[in-house]
Design a protein around this ligand. Sequence first.
Ligand code: CAO
Length: 554
Amino acid sequence: MAIEIVTVPDLGGAESVDVIELNLTPGDSLEPEDSLLVLESDKATMDVPSPYAGTLVKYLVADGATVKIGDAIAEIETSAEAAADPEPEPAKEDVVEPVAEVSEAVAEAEPAAASEQLIVVPDIGSDDEIDVIEISVAVGDQVEEGDTLIVLESDKATMDVPSSHAGTVLKILASEGDKLRTGGQVAMLEVAGAAVAVKEKAVEEVAAEAVAAKPVAPAVAQPSAPQPSTNTASPKIPAAPVSGAEDPAATSVYAGPSVRLLARELGVSLDKVTGTGPRGRIQKDDVNDYVKNALSNSSGDLSITAGGGSGIPAVPAVDFTQFGEIESVKLSKIQKLTANNMQRNWLNVPHVTQFDDADITELEDFRKSLKAEGEKRGIRVTPVAFLIKAIATSLQANPEFNRSLAGDGEHYVQKHFVHVGMAVDTPRGLVVPVIKNADEKGIWEISEDIMSLAGLAREGKLKPSDMQGGCFTLSSLGAIGGTGFTPIVNSPEVGILGVSKSQIKPHWNGSEFVPRLMLPLCLSYDHRLINGGDAGRFMTHLVKLLSDIRYLAL
Ligand code: CAO
């Protein structure tokens, strides 16, 4: 075991730089080349990798500190062998080698017209191929010298490739997902007036600058080739520099590689994240906060689930004015919430819907017989009250439907209360107030709850607590019509009952067809937690209760 001190490596000309990210925690074990921290000059950011395998004892600098070459930055406990043999620094010649590649790449390019300029990947200090992760321009775009054309990313760093000329993008020669190395073709520009460059000149420039181990384009902020250190071990700067940050506003996204990696893992589109770091740089906490907000605020941007990380292609925007007169109407808050919730539930829940009919001939006779007493009490009893009661009783008999999947994916929550949600159609949109403890209430009390909650819903006066705690939802379109539909589970609930309009149908009673009033029921469930057998039992129980309401009293 030995304690080694890691120092700030050659900064490629910068006198001092800021520490902008500490990537590890003391006690973390690390391999050679693991990034210890991220430094930033006014031109570029760079990861500082560990030259050792071992354990990080402590950082010797704080996030935000300003450091210069040779400053001690971290203490690493290593094995004796690792300490004796830090990875050798590459010789300057290593960097010169890509010249041949550059010349070939440019020479192989299609002959450039007099006003055309081929833009290639500048010297990245190694011969490695790195991924193209962003194409930042489109054909026809006007670009200024220094504007980012594409973004490259290795496993250590990202790098904006800027345009070395002002002009118009004629052709983009790379695609997202391509792998490019120094000299690889990026784009063909039509350059204005005197700035015409011919193929030979481009070759000379690229080759000459690669020999000098400097970036081809001045706007690429890039540390120079690493130099051997004379004192304690200095790690080499990774081959590819991270995103050029000369002017954060000039690049669409200003973030370091570890932040980009985190964003990709979480499916977050970085251009939607507000950076709180120096000069608006996006930090890991900004990405985490963005995700937290999007999850806790269901009205948040759904690009996480639908547009970005999920890989679901976006529906193309259509200009409807080409077909006739239109107007654009703002969605209400409830409509926006409903859209987000429906999309979330549809994408997250594997739905199955089971159908059945309940014979409610006697139920309806009984309900109608309550009319006079209902008028005296000021209570209107509709089929919905019986449905709520039957659902509550079925939830008690079939507790599988009174569960929710726990967030850890390892448990489910069994609820020992029975609260039933009821979808209410209002002029502002769909809301779902909850009838609490429906299992403990009779038809009169449930009917009162329905009247008051549906009334509050239509007046827009429901409190958040009126809409919370539901175990299962009823969506009744019986008063409207239809023969069946497939409702979307109101997750984290695992079941929802859709009810359509009852109809008189011929029913075979064993000896003859008799007219019976049949109620269509559609039970959608979350197949992650509910099996077909569970659903079959729940539905059969429900049909039995509705077909013979004496069972509701048992
Ligand atoms: N078949 C035939 N008639 C039915 C019926 C059915 N399944 N359900 C209700 N009816 C009748 C009732 O008997 C009542 O008629 P009478 O006054 O003559 O008895 C009439 O239709 C009105 O009933 P209702 O369903 O409106 O009764 P309710 O006030 O108890 O319903 C509520 C409350 C909130 C469920 C309802 O008003 C509502 O908003 N439904 C729409 C729910 C919805 O939008 N679901 C879709 C959600 S997903 O997009």
